[in-house]
Design a protein. Structure first.
Length: 572
């Protein structure tokens, strides 16, 4: 390990989120750096250290660019946020960094380093230190020890691991941060969209490493701290957030307090959250929707009670159905996480999941094959049964799929199960959308219109529009747009209907619908642009030019304006 001598106060630190080994199906789930990286950066900045965060999740195989960047920035210390799936990206960058500057100190942190610290230190010389668990203060203390050049002080820094006499050793896990509000607000220094109100999860699912990483006792920020973080980001133009807590709804009173403060602060934001189905109530959904919540993801996992029991997901079918019914009723999209390929999975258990899908009618769903990750009960079982060690991760793989360890399951079976689940969800979607029942409370009429038009846009021009298996997409979208307008005028609904009428070449109907929309939303450029294009298709170039010139952002309309002027000039 390298130590910098002297007491320099200009030690430069890079925090890097490395690229993943494989392309992602749901990139939005992983492309943003973990929030913990911003907390670490905020602690360091508050103490006066120059810190920069680099998001290299999408960098891929571009080592030349990485090397050039490292040469230009000349960091003294590089900290990596290591997950299981990006550990090879971290290792490759670490080796590049050492080639550029052999004196640079490389530190691995995050859930990957916490559970595989001995593996990294035993096999990869480019890794000097690992930070275990919550890294804010252990990393700060490590930097101070390095800065002062006192290797003997390392043993007093709880929560780190390093080599001593060539062998990996750790100083023990640090105590969790008791009062989360003692941490500096990261948004004072950085921009991001993933935020968290809590740390910890009371659940103990066999496939999840969160209980061992954060602990099962849930700790909370204050509502004031959390909303202040949002306010700072909002002032810099950020309007959409992921509330990334494992279980955001764990304390109903605190959640409602947050929602009221968001409303009271006039933050016009939208956000997604994650929760367990057994924590949902009408009251909390009421306030969440008013505060801008648009989607809640629930870990349903399986329709088979036997498999849910194995996964230690102690939820009941009636709780699942109630959560999805209530969430949808308040105009929040209820998304389901399903896991398949578990022990005992077969055609019958897959059918149980399909039956549950048809009962709860999710408007969004993600299907995962059961993975085995370090730090989970499932991984402990795997090591015991297979007589493997952590050395299995010397293979250039992201993960271990459970079915690969179970002779009763084959790849062909798993592929078939996945196709059946996705087909059932996609084929049922129009029915699920048609079955939506929303609260009739007067306060929610505009919100209901917004929810239905968003859902419609997904079928007509969004993700669902691209999926061939989904039947009756146009009819579903048209009905949803019309239902939206039955609640309240909605610019998205008028735009969607106008574009769909254009697709049908019913340009007169498109113009009429958009004209009504523009009366309600005279500043909406998209409505004017769409109507102008409909006029052009009817060769009404003078009317089209009037619409385009009435737009606030004329740059978007410029090619159409030129075309109209060209035609009108020729007609003269």
């Amino acid at each position: 390990m390298q130590f910098h001598t002297g007491g320099t106060t200009n030690m430069k630190i890079l925090l890097i989120y490395p690229p993943f080994l494989e392309a992602r199906v749901h990139e939005e789930e992983i492309n943003a750096p973990p929030l913990g990286l911003y907390y670490v950066g905020a602690v360091l900045k508050e103490k006066g250290y120059p810190v920069e965060i680099l998001n290299w999740a999408r960098m891929g195989k571009t080592s030349d660019i990485m090397a050039q960047t490292l040469r230009e920035k000349k960091p003294d210390i590089i900290g990596f946020s290591v997950l299981q799936a990006n550990r090879w990206g971290a290792l490759e960058i670490a080796e590049t960094a050492k080639a550029v500057d052999p004196e640079v100190t490389v530190v691995f942190g995050g859930i990957g380093a916490t559970f595989l610290w001995k593996h990294f230190l035993a096999h990869f010389n480019a890794v000097d230190f690992c930070v275990l668990g919550e890294g804010e203060y252990p990393f700060l203390k490590l930097i101070r020890a390095i800065e002062k050049g006192h290797p003997k002080k390392l043993t007093s820094v709880k929560g780190i691991a390093f080599r001593t006499q060539g062998r990996p050793m750790k100083t023990g896990r640090p105590l969790p941060v008791k009062n989360l509000d003692d941490l500096p607000i990261p948004s004072k220094f950085f921009d991001y969209q993933h935020v968290a109100f809590t740390r910890g999860c009371p659940g103990n699912c066999t496939f999840c490493g969160s209980p061992r990483f954060w602990g099962r006792k849930v700790r909370f920020h204050s509502a004031d701290y959390f909303v202040k973080q949002l306010e700072l980001l909002y002032k810099r133009g950020i309007r959409f957030f992921y509330f990334s807590d494992d279980t955001f709804l764990i304390n109903k009173t605190r959640v409602i307090d947050i929602c009221k403060k968001i409303i009271g602060s006039n933050l016009k934001i939208s956000w997604f959250a994650i929760s367990r189905v057994d924590l949902v109530s009408k009251e909390v959904l009421y306030w969440m929707r008013l505060a801008g919540c648009m989607q809640i993801s629930y870990g349903v996992e399986s329709g088979s009670e036997k498999i849910r029991h194995f996964l230690n997901k102690n939820i009941q079918p009636e709780q699942i159905k109630k959560a999805f019914d209530l969430t949808t009723r308040y105009g929040i999209l209820a998304r389901a996480y399903f896991i398949y390929g578990s022990p005992g999975e077969n055609r019958h258990t897959i059918q149980e999941s399909i039956d549950l899908i048809n009962e709860i009618k999710p408007l969004g769903a993600i299907f995962y094959i059961l993975d085995i990750f370090p730090g989970t009960t499932l991984y402990d079982m795997f090591l015991k049964q297979s007589c493997q060690t952590d050395d299995i991760w010397l293979q250039k793989i992201e993960d271990i799929l459970y079915f690969e360890t179970d002779p009763r399951l084959s790849e062909e079976m798993i592929l078939t199960f996945g196709k059946k689940l996705r087909a059932a969800f996609h084929e049922g979607l129009p029915h699920f959308a048609e079955a939506v029942e929303l609260t009739e409370e007067e306060r929610f009429r505009e919100l209901n219109a917004d929810f239905l038009s968003r859902l419609a846009m997904t079928f007509s021009h969004g993700d669902y529009a691209k999926i061939e298996r989904i039947p009756n997409k146009k009819e579903t979208a048209m009905n949803l747009y019309r239902r939206s307008l039955n609640y309240a005028p909605n610019d998205r609904a008028y735009l969607g209907l106008g574009m769909m009428k254009q697709q049908e070449k019913a340009f007169g109907e498109s113009i009429s619908l958009l004209d009504e929309g523009i009366r309600f939303f005279p500043e909406n450029d998209q409505l004017k642009l769409c109507q102008g294009i409909s006029h052009m298709n009817l060769e009404e170039f003078k009317e089209a030019l009037g619409r385009f010139q009435g737009m606030r952002d004329s740059n978007q309309a410029e090619p159409y304006i030129r075309e109209c002027r060209k035609v009108l000039g020729t007609m003269r």
